[in-house]
Design a protein around this ligand. Structure first.
Ligand code: OZR
Ligand code: MG
Length: 214
């Protein structure tokens, strides 16, 4: 069958990355997407900000919304302690299949669990399904219109604790106006904007870090 962009990314990673070396998987995807074809990975500029927030938070439990090919899943997973857990939710089964292989190649299966389905369906199940007490870090990178409803759902299902960090990609491009308006005006969060560039391009974009205050 015809290839897809995620399949071409996987093929490049299989050829150029070192199995078990998560860093080489990240670098291979960046090399492919900067030289051959653009893809909506968070990329290396915003990725360095993501790295810093993950390291400073040093989370035991992480939720990622929007796996795509698993670039940020691997980028986050490579920084987690062995006993930490990352759950990533992807609604597109074809992308999930590719991401699973990329995560396995990075040697991160023991820390990462992928759920295939819609975030609004799966978030309410997280508490019992994965015995998730609460989340230390949430990385929002799925459909931009879902950032706000999913954040409200995380609040209502008791998955956030005092100090939980929400990190949102693309708050400038493609933009998440409703989410930004809510989170920046809510007394329940302390937010900070990290300016950067859209992946592999010279367009302005950035990450919004919001700490839940309980
Ligand atoms: O739509 C974006 N992300 C959401 C993708 C959502 C779904 O599309 C494919 C995958 O199944 C995922 O669940 C996006 C778009 C751009 N962009 O420049 O268009 C840049 C980014 O970093 C993005 O995360
Ligand atoms: Mg993104």
């Amino acid at each position: 069958t015809r290839t897809s962009k995620p399949k071409r990314i996987l093929a490049y990673v299989e050829k150029h990355a070192v199995p078990g070396d998560a860093e080489s998987v990240v670098n291979a995807i960046d090399a492919y997407c900067s030289r051959v074809e653009w893809a909506m990975n968070v990329g290396s500029d915003k990725g360095k900000i993501l790295d810093r927030v993950v390291s400073e938070t040093d989370p035991d439990t992480v939720l990622e919304l929007g796996t795509y090919c698993g670039y940020s899943t691997v980028r986050i997973g490579r920084l987690l302690r062995p006993e930490a857990r990352l759950v990533t939710i992807e609604m597109n089964p074809d992308n999930a299949k590719i991401a699973k292989q990329i995560i396995a190649l990075a040697g991160l299966n023991s820390k990462i669990e992928m759920l295939v389905g819609s975030s609004s369906d799966l978030i309410p199940q997280l508490k019992k399904k994965l015995d998730m007490k609460t989340l230390d870090l949430v990385f929002l990178d799925h459909w931009k219109i879902f950032y706000l409803p999913d954040t409200r759902c995380l609040e209502e299902t008791g998955l956030l604790h005092k100090g939980t960090v929400l990190l949102a990609d693309n708050v400038v491009c493609p933009g998440t106006p409703e989410y930004l308006k809510y989170i920046r005006n809510s007394s329940r969060y302390r937010s900070e904007y990290f300016p950067s560039r859209l992946e592999y391009l010279q367009v302005e974009d950035g990450l919004e870090k919001s700490v839940f205050l309980g």
